[in-house]
Design a binder for this molecule. Structure first.
Ligand code: SF4
Length: 300
């Protein structure tokens, strides 16, 4: 489905509620130093997350494995698109070391899309989960994954490593998906979320599934509510909603800045529809305050 947004619609001026705090806490600099020391990538930096001052000052970060070059070119994303380097065999252990040194009790691990690798990087994900669990027993492990082209084998490889929370973002409503994520498909993402939960059940454990959407890309409320219903129908119980912010003029324009009160209203609507946990505010991102959600810890 072709779908175009006029770039002239972009709202240049950010409203007052989009404010980023500058780093003052020494913990921010120690987190930054540790990430650099272990030669790791974070989505906090690569995606220009507006919360990195806050999160890093609290000693938490979201690690982005499998390199900093993505094989896709989504219209919203600041991560660079380029031919990726080979996977680094010692990266899982470096993530585990960082997790231990930061003293994390809940880790979020994400990755670039690696369509160049046969399993889409699923094996690398699984190795990272296992290394982190070995280094920090009892830690809650959340993964934020690409769609692996909906290959069941790849999802199964990941689920065999038993993540507590399987997160895959829908990012936007069905109508806007071809524009926002040109190499992805709305229903394929829903399928991935459903299969993750089914495979976990087949393997004898429970995993919480989670997804998120960016708002302000031109979606309508009925489209958003339909996306909520679709996620619930596919077993998703944790939802994040945040404001889309344009990383550069070459990215999709912001069509609307959604007021914080509206985000709060959406939170109530999502909760009433049946989501167990909802984070909804302008600066919410997939991993923002991720540890606030406590899954039933029956999978370790
Ligand atoms: S919200 Fe997530 S991506 Fe953003 S700074 Fe915090 S941990 Fe990093």
């Amino acid at each position: 489905m072709a779908c175009k947004i006029d770039p002239n619609l972009h709202k240049e001026k950010k409203p007052d509620w989009i404010r980023v705090k500058l780093p003052r806490d020494p913990v921010f600099w120690s987190t930054k130093g540790l990430v650099a020391d272990l030669k790791l990538h974070t989505v906090c930096e690569e995606a220009q997350c507006p919360n990195r001052w806050e999160c890093w000052s609290q000693g938490t970060a979201t690690f982005m494995i499998a390199g900093d070059r993505c094989t896709r070119a989504c219209g919203f994303c600041a991560v660079k698109t380029a031919k990726p380097f080979a996977l680094e065999a010692d990266e899982p252990q470096r993530v585990a070391d960082a997790t231990k040194r930061l003293g994390l009790k809940h880790i979020v691990i994400t990755a670039v899309a690696r369509d160049d690798v046969a399993d889409g990087g699923a094996g690398h994900f699984a190795q990272t989960i296992e290394a982190v669990r070995a280094a920090v027993p009892g830690i809650v492990i959340e993964i934020l994954v690409p769609d692996f082209n909906a290959k069941d084998e790849a999802i199964e490889v990941i689920m065999r490593a038993r993540p507590h929370i399987f997160n895959h973002n829908l990012e936007t409503v069905e109508r806007l998906t071809p524009l926002v994520r040109s190499r992805a498909q709305y229903h394929r993402s829903l399928h991935v979320l459903r299969r993750a939960k089914e495979i976990a059940a087949e393997l004898g454990f429970k995993t919480a599934t989670k997804s998120g959407l960016m708002l302000g890309l031109g979606e309508t409320e009925p489209e958003l509510f339909q996306a909520m219903d679709d996620l619930l129908e596919h077993g998703v119980t944790v939802l994040t909603l945040g404001q889309y912010l344009r990383p550069s003029p070459s990215h999709l324009p912001v069509i609307d800045y959604i007021h914080p009160d509206t985000f709060e209203n959406y939170k109530q609507i999502a909760r009433n529809k049946g989501f167990r946990h909802v984070a909804s505010a302008p600066l919410v991102r997939s991993s923002y305050h991720a540890a606030d959600f406590k899954p039933e810890l029956d999978v370790i």
